[in-house]
Design a binder for this molecule. Structure first.
Ligand code: MG
Length: 330
């Protein structure tokens, strides 16, 4: 472990998990935390509980803002455990001099997104710090949801199961990067930032057997697949040409040398279902995004690893992302 914290420690990949295991788990270790799911399952499986902080820069970007993100982020982590988001807290740290009108715009976005989830803010906190002590505005939200579908877990994947993505990947990361670097886009690229509970509800209502679900936020789809392969001790085999990537996102990746699989998403999830459910699950996902796809399956070939298979029959390992990917993406 480094002597000082680096930006890479917040990447949602290798260095981030090292930071969590070597510092936080060391002192906070308990059975619930140890499960490392999207949210903690508490009270005999009745409730899901999760927290997230938002530091995105810039605060406003194509298709969203920090307010929308702060509700989607926490509500999505609850939804990924099969829970209906219900109660949230909201803590805001504001830099002295921040425009009130912008603050109201952000809170208005939060309200709009809460409505989609059917959730309310029941407790909050505001702190104002001197100029320079924080960059404009940071938000923390914590949420409680009522579990409607039990048994979802990253440790449930078994040989032969199918892996799906809910839509094309990487647009949040690509959007934030372009906004920050002032890259002019001819396309209408925008963040995928969205509340996922409605899609989860559709899967539950359609009686899909959900094995595992995870929103592919920091570290992207690569991080989700690697975490699942490790936790379930299975191999996940992905067909490269099946991964849905928008042309504009692919363009940005090529320009900057990124892998779309490593880019952050804020309204895209990976789903594992039994093979017998894959066609129906895909139908349900396609009702929201026609770009949803079955991208691979679970095998026992290289346990704990993710393999990318090309259409020419070549194979390579897909690792957990590392290094300074894109700081302050969420
Ligand atoms: Mg998550």
């Amino acid at each position: 472990m480094n002597k000082n914290i680096t930006l890479a420690h917040g990447n949602g990949g290798q260095e981030n998990s090292e930071l969590i295991s070597k510092i936080f788990y060391k002192y906070f270790k308990n059975d619930i935390l140890q499960k490392s799911e999207d949210s903690a399952v508490i009270e005999d499986g009745k409730l899901a509980f999760s927290t997230d902080s938002f530091t995105v820069s810039p605060l406003f970007f194509s298709g969203g803002d920090i307010g929308k993100l702060s509700i989607c982020g926490t509500c999505n982590d609850l939804a990924m455990m099969g829970a209906r988001p219900k109660y949230l807290t909201c803590s805001v740290i504001i830099e002295e001099g921040f425009p009130t009108r912008e603050l109201e715009k952000i809170v208005r976005s939060m309200k709009k997104e809460l409505k989609i989830n059917g959730a309310i803010v029941v407790s909050g906190d505001t702190k104002v710090v001197p100029k320079g002590a924080v960059d404009k505005l940071f938000i923390n939200t914590t949420g409680i949801g009522e579990i409607e579908y039990k048994g979802i877990s990253a440790s449930n994947l078994k040989d032969g199961m199918s892996i799906l993505v809910s839509r094309d990947i990487g647009s949040h990361g690509a959007t934030i990067f372009s906004a920050r670097e002032g890259i002019e886009l001819e396309s209408n690229l925008k963040t995928d930032c969205a509340s996922l509970y409605p899609q989860v509800k559709a899967l539950i209502d359609s009686k899909i057997e959900i094995v595992a679900m995870r929103d592919a936020t920091r570290g992207g789809v690569s991080a989700v697949l690697n975490e699942w392969a490790k936790t379930s001790n299975v191999c996940i085999e992905i067909q490269e040409e099946k991964i849905p990537i928008q042309e504009s996102v692919q363009g940005i990746c090529e320009m900057l040398g990124f892998e779309a699989m490593d880019l952050a998403n804020e309204g895209t999830f990976v789903l594992a279902v039994p093979k017998s459910n894959e066609v129906r699950a895909l139908e349900v996902l396609k009702q929201t995004h026609s770009s949803a796809e079955i991208i691979g399956s679970v095998s026992m070939e290289y346990q704990g690893k993710v393999i990318l298979k090309s259409s020419w029959g070549t194979k390579r390992f897909l690792d957990l992302p590392s290094g300074e990917l894109l700081p302050r993406i969420c």
